[in-house]
Design a protein around this ligand. Structure first.
Ligand code: PLP
Length: 407
């Protein structure tokens, strides 16, 4: 029996926690995707900062196929070569000495927060358990990570939530000074708030966070789930500064579209976990690890990373140009190929409408909250796709402006 499935079917069979756009893409290649009718779309969304090498990159496809013919899964009762190799590769490229593998950003953060608590418990006793995080931050959707996250609406209805979490305004050094104490076990930050609207941490705030954490013997956790793996023009965003965290979460781009996440940390911190402290059936899965090693190898090159910075400048320059023709944005912000376009006050709350119009015009875009349109394309998006995508963006902005100004 063959059944017709379409976007309507989604609403019939899925738990209604998402509201996907109307198109159902069926195929992708590089920075273009196609739907069933053969309509083509330029992809400036990158699967929410995941598809760093575009769709179906031949080297990733080959790596996945080769590993699929060898070994899919063992569990953590046995280790496997791809996992050890990936851990080595991550440690060689970052501050970290040790790695824990998981399957999603939320899980990497969950492990980070648990490790921070365990570390404080082991060295200082049970009183040191407070986690400080920032308003509007996003760390995932498990109960612990929504509780640490700074968007109260994600906790609503799920109470009681874990205790011992404080929130401060992002980039507010004074507020951090007032909140932190000997009871603090960790401060967690996104170097650029992604879901919160593409807002960069100031270098001063990062520096202050590091110094205050050192002073109060708290751990500094960077959530680089969105900013990591080349997105900002360095392999990890913290590498733009001279500040290193004690723990870092990576996910999204790490597998280039294959689900995998990693929690990275220093030796001292890692030793607060022991056998049985934490775990995951799929964490360190050979398929995921083989693909992620290839992603790192292809992204962590001077050419690709320099290309991200060049593409950033080009995008901003062109966006400013098309914004003069159809002025709908008040600001362009972000780093590398994580770009936020903030809607002017008169278009408040209309970001989703803009990306719907973009879809009708053959362009995939993202929102970051209600007022920001987000671009997170492949880091190797070809110049021609950028130009064509920007033309479609320009058309989208014109239609968006006309339809809102006219109403
Ligand atoms: C997407 C994201 C997460 C959650 O990742 P999942 O894979 O959806 O669990 C956590 N932190 C940040 C900064 C993110 O952007």
């Amino acid at each position: 029996m063959t059944q017709v499935i379409n976007r309507q079917t989604f609403d019939e069979v899925m738990v209604p926690n998402y509201s996907p756009l109307s198109v159902i893409p069926v195929r992708g290649q590089g920075s273009r995707v196609w739907d069933r009718e053969g309509n083509e779309y330029i992809d400036f969304a990158g699967g929410i900062a995941v598809n760093v090498l575009g769709h179906c990159h031949p080297a990733l496809t080959q790596t996945l196929h080769e590993q699929a013919d060898k070994l899919w899964h063992l569990s953590n009762v046995w280790t496997n070569e791809p996992a050890i190799e990936l851990a080595q590769s991550l440690c060689a490229r970052t501050f970290a000495d040790r790695v824990y593998f998981a399957n999603s950003g939320a899980e990497a953060n969950e492990a980070a927060f648990k490790l921070a608590r365990k570390h404080a418990y082991t060295h200082f006793g049970p009183g040191k358990n407070e986690i400080i995080s920032c308003n509007n931050s996003f760390h995932g959707r498990t109960l612990f990570t929504v509780s640490v996250g700074g968007q109260p609406k994600y906790c609503e209805g799920f109470e009681p939530v874990p205790k011992g979490i404080k929130h401060i305004p992002f980039n507010d050094i004074q507020a951090l000074k007032e909140a932190i104490s000997n009871k603090t076990c960790a401060v967690v930050l996104e170097p650029i708030q992604g879901e919160g609207g593409i807002i960069s941490a100031t270098p001063k705030f990062l520096k202050a966070a590091r110094l205050l954490c050192d002073h109060y013997k708290a751990l500094l956790i960077f959530d680089e789930v969105q900013t990591g793996v080349g997105r900002t023009g360095k392999l990890f965003a913290y590498q733009h500064s001279d500040i290193t965290p004690d723990i870092m979460a990576s996910a999204k781009a790490l597998g280039g579209g294959f689900p995998i996440a990693a929690m990275l940390c220093t030796d001292t911190v890692a030793n607060s976990f022991n056998v049985g402290s934490h775990g995951s059936t799929y964490g360190g899965n050979p398929l995921a690890c083989a693909v992620a090693s290839k992603v790192l190898e292809l992204i962590d090159t001077p050419e690709v990373l320099a290309g991200v910075n060049l593409k950033h400048s080009h995008f901003i320059q062109q966006l400013e140009k098309i914004n003069q023709i159809s002025p709908v944005f008040s600001e362009f912000r972000g780093k590398g190929l994580l770009i936020g376009c903030k809607l002017k006050p008169e278009y408040q709350g209309q970001a989703r409408k803009l990306i719907q119009i973009a879809e009708q015009n053959g362009l995939l875009l993202l929102v970051a909250g209600l007022n920001v349109v987000r671009l997170a394309p492949s880091l190797i998006i070809p110049q021609q796709d950028i130009e064509e995508g920007l033309q479609r963006f320009s058309a989208t902005m014109r239609i968006f402006k006309q339809s809102l100004d006219g109403s």
